[in-house]
Design a protein around this ligand. Structure first.
Ligand SMILES: [Zn+2]
Ligand SMILES: [Zn+2]
Ligand SMILES: [Zn+2]
Length: 157
């Protein structure tokens, strides 16, 4: 069946719930123009929140090193390379799900910003490399049962 058939005339397209003038985009509640507007304004709010969060947390990787890929405090302060680490491992709470059940990063910096106002938030900045190193190491200790009968695992990379 060709999908270019027009919709039956008794089934009008719903209107945009924002401007209430233009028809909504397919499978959306907003028209294309309102979609574009909300997207840019939420991107800007997201950038502002990111700026607040990164400067509040010191604006540079907080990894003390030893052991890491560097020795001594990590020198990375390039904001594009910085990520937020949840020391309480509750990062999933800050990642909202979209209607399809997929985790999104759309409002993530605003959620971080809100979390920073709670005591003992457990957030810290790590650069991508240190974050990776620490995540790998945490996973490895989690998957290795600690028992005296376990032979030492070979060094994995
Ligand atoms: Zn609209
Ligand atoms: Zn680092
Ligand atoms: Zn490091």
């Amino acid at each position: 069946m060709p999908d270019s058939l027009p919709l039956p005339f008794f089934h009008p397209r719903p209107r945009c719930t924002d401007c209430r003038r233009r028809p909504a985009a397919p499978n959306r509640r907003l028209c294309t123009r309102c979609l574009a507007r909300t997207r840019t304004s939420s991107t800007r709010a997201e950038q502002r929140a990111r700026h607040h969060v990164l400067s509040f947390l010191g604006g540079q990787c907080s990894c003390p090193g030893d052991p890491c890929w560097h020795s001594g405090p990590c020198p990375v302060d390039c904001w594009d390379a910085l990520t937020v680490d949840h020391q309480h491992h509750n990062g999933h709470l800050d990642r909202p799900r979209n209607p399809h059940g997929k985790r999104t990063t759309r409002r993530i910096w605003r959620n971080y910003h809100r979390r920073l106002k709670t005591p003992n938030h457990g957030l810290r900045i790590l650069c991508a490399s240190c974050h990776h190193v620490i995540t790998r190491r945490t996973l490895r200790t989690k998957n290795t049962p600690i028992s005296p009968t376990t032979p030492p695992s070979p060094p994995s990379r």
